[in-house]
Design a protein around this ligand. Structure first.
Ligand code: ATP
Length: 219
């Protein structure tokens, strides 16, 4: 059976999640207290409802307990976000993802048992900072406080060398997950693969090692 999602709060973040889930063919219930927002999304989603989710009765009458995954994307109103999450938790919703506005909000959400807490603004800030600091970085994804995946463009310094010669793992504690070469994607490249200029190298490693790579290696 298809997974059933509910998205509460149809701002830019919640709205974008709704659209992406629908594009993936998922069933989505979109909820907002603002009628205009609900009308805007109603044509695209499986079901849309006007409700203040801090009102327990309203939440219950939506049958929210039966959804597999609920995403709380209420933005500025931290109190409403916390109260909604708490009630979802008490109703026994299987999986709850909540957008956090700040560290204080995150702490409270952790305490009340949100399964997943996301910080879209902070995360995108980190990614963009990486992209603007180093021209060779195409994209950067922090997996945790310690580890990241980064997409780096190979410059002339390393072009012509094999992965074995470069010894990424030993020198930089990083692993090459894949190489994008034009339209080709070489997944888990072998040690004898020769790097070509403008290859896009996707590496996984500790943040400090990835930073070293980004700063020194790709000229
Ligand atoms: P984003 O940063 O994602 O763009 P935003 O700044 O648009 O978010 P808000 O407008 O603060 O975020 O909130 C997102 C949506 O959540 C709004 O459309 C708002 O109507 C809705 N919302 C806020 N409180 C509640 C609530 N108690 N019940 C239902 N929806 C709510």
């Amino acid at each position: 059976m298809k997974k059933q999602f509910a998205v509460i709060g149809l701002g830019r973040f919640g709205g974008s999640i709704c659209k992406s889930l629908v594009a993936e063919g998922m069933e989505v219930l979109a909820i907002d207290m603002d009628e205009e927002k609900v009308n805007e999304f109603a044509p695209d989603v499986t079901q849309a409802a006007i409700a203040d989710t801090t009102d327990e009765k309203a939440l219950k009458s939506l049958g929210i307990r039966n959804f597999d995954h609920v995403i709380v994307a209420i933005g500025d109103n931290i109190q409403a976000s916390i109260l909604t999450t708490l009630m979802l938790e008490e109703m026994g919703v299987e999986h709850i993802t909540v957008k956090a506005q700040n560290d204080y909000h995150e702490k409270v959400l952790e305490r009340i048992g949100a399964d997943e807490i996301v910080h879209p603004e902070r995360d995108i800030g980190v990614r963009i900072a990486h992209n603007v600091v180093s021209e060779n970085v195409l994209d950067h994804l922090e997996l945790s406080d310690e580890y990241s995946i980064s997409e780096l463009v190979a410059g002339s310094t390393i072009a012509g060398e094999t992965i074995y010669d470069l010894d990424f793992r030993e020198k930089y504690g990083s692993s090459i997950l894949a190489i994008k070469r034009g339209d080709d994607m070489i997944v888990s490249p072998l040690p004898d693969e020769t790097i070509q200029q403008n290859d896009v190298i996707i590496v996984l490693g500790a943040n400090q090692d990835i930073n070293r790579l980004e700063n020194h290696w790709m000229d």
